[in-house]
Design a protein around this ligand. Structure first.
Ligand code: NZQ
Ligand code: ZN
Length: 395
């Protein structure tokens, strides 16, 4: 196991009516009230009443609220710039995101952008490192990206979808009422469930040894998502099932499952190429296409880890009809069971079935490795990425 230092200051307020505590929690965190910026997306939270509930809670706690909606899924840099320009001289005390990963990531980019004199895209190109940020708070409307507890923000600009990380942008508090997930469309439910599953996989598929404690926690979380994902998809009003998915999704990306080990992140890097190229691709739906092809390609380089995944997560037995299965058979069966689960979640598992069989895989592969090989379990070159994307085309 590797040395680590872990500090997760996100206060988690979880359960029915959690959003009604937004004002009180922010006031307690800041030690004062003042003017806050509330950001939201294309209008779902306005229609469901979540936005009104958050605004009332903030006003009751003495905050002055200014609002800006219109964040698009796979959020854009231009929206961040416009927002930074708008609030720069407004003495804003905090940014409150009401929505999912796209809104929260936009809030994070705004929070560092407003404390920086240059153009906020500099943080994403690596020309600048955030040194100061407004406090960010998240009221979650979709369990998926895990941004409500993560140190990451992902923004797209002219086809470049780039993620950055800084402890400064980890939300100070996340308010999660799983009853609010009942209004999600089926595709967002499925994609969100796969995204959180993948956030654990990106950490679980590691060459670091002697990580049994975190492995066991990760396997339990993965099994929970496998069990409850189909339940929330078939009955989005199942509050108890949402509680399991909501909690798993939030922990999936708060760093816990990566403690003491190298993380991979190749599937995310490849998926970001796809949804950067075509912003209509939902991140989790893109992952459902990339992960199976990545697993088939990379499992030969780390068979023991994939066999552990097959056995302990996908429930593959070592024997069949009294005969011992080979390790290769165990791995193949584990991957096949995972693909069946994706299909049970009603997701496409090839680029063609996702409707983007025409995607320019050569240029995406080239762009994916522009800063060097991606992934740690098996560092992937351009040829490797191309082989994975080729396999992802039609399965
Ligand atoms: O825009 P509105 O109208 O609000 O509709 C949204 C949006 O269309 C809708 N929605 C959200 N809550 C709803 C709802 N519809 C009905 N009822 C509700 N309760 O869902 C759609 C998707 O929203 P979005 O915020 O894009 O979803 P998600 O949370 O999956 O975020 C995806 C983004 O996060 C990035 C992804 O790349 C993508 O850009 N990621 C961010 C990460 C991070 N910051 O740590 C890590 C992830 O790996 C990921 O890359
Ligand atoms: Zn993700």
């Amino acid at each position: 196991m590797l040395n680590f230092s872990y500090h997760n200051p996100t206060r988690l307020v979880f359960g029915r009516d959690a959003e009604t505590q937004t004002g009180a929690v922010i006031r307690e965190t800041l030690g004062k009230s003042g003017k806050v910026l509330v950001l939201y997306g294309g209008g779902s939270v306005r229609r469901t009443g979540l936005l009104d509930a958050v605004r009332s809670s903030l006003e009751e706690a003495g905050f002055t609220v200014i609002e800006k909606g219109g964040v698009q899924p796979n959020p854009r840099m231009n929206f961040v710039r416009d927002t930074v320009d708008w609030i720069r001289d407004q003495a804003i005390k905090a940014v409150v995101a009401v929505g999912g990963g796209s809104v929260i990531d936009t809030a994070k980019a705004v929070a560092i952008g407003v404390e920086y004199e240059g153009d906020s895209w500099d943080f994403f190109t690596g020309e600048a490192v955030p040194e100061k940020a407004l406090p960010v708070f998240a009221v979650l409307s979709i369990p998926a990206a895990g941004s409500e507890q993560s140190t990451r923000a992902v923004i797209t600009h002219h086809g470049d979808k780039i993620g950055i990380g800084s402890p400064l942008i980890r939300p100070r508090a996340a308010l999660i009422n799983p009853a609010r997930f009942a209004t999600l469309p089926a595709l967002q439910i499925s994609a969100g469930v796969v995204d959180m599953f993948s956030h654990i996989l990106e950490r679980y598929f590691s060459n670091t040894e002697h990580t049994e404690f975190v492995d066991g926690q990760a396997e339990a979380a993965l099994r929970t998502i496998l069990e409850f994902g189909p339940k929330v998809l078939s009955n989005p009003k199942d509050y108890d099932a949402w509680c399991q998915i909501g909690l798993a999704g939030s922990f999936a990306h708060n760093g816990y499952f990566g403690l003491g080990r190298e993380e991979d992140w190749a599937c995310h890097a490849i998926e970001h190429e796809i949804s950067g190229w075509n912003e209509a691709v939902v991140h989790g739906a893109g992952l459902a296409v990339v992960i199976p092809a990545w697993m088939r390609y990379v499992s030969q380089f780390a068979p023991a880890r994939f066999a552990a995944f097959s056995r302990r997560v996908m429930g593959v037995a070592d024997t069949t009809d009294g005969e011992k299965r080979s390790e290769a058979a165990v791995i193949a069966l584990g991957i096949a069971k995972f693909i069946s689960w994706l299909q049970q979640m009603k997701l496409a598992t090839t680029l063609e079935s996702l409707g983007i069989g025409d995607c320019p895989i050569e240029s995406l592969a080239r762009h994916a490795v522009r800063k060097g090989p991606i992934g740690r379990l098996k560092p992937l070159s351009e040829d490797d990425v191309l082989a994975i994307l080729t396999a992802a085309k039609s399965g």
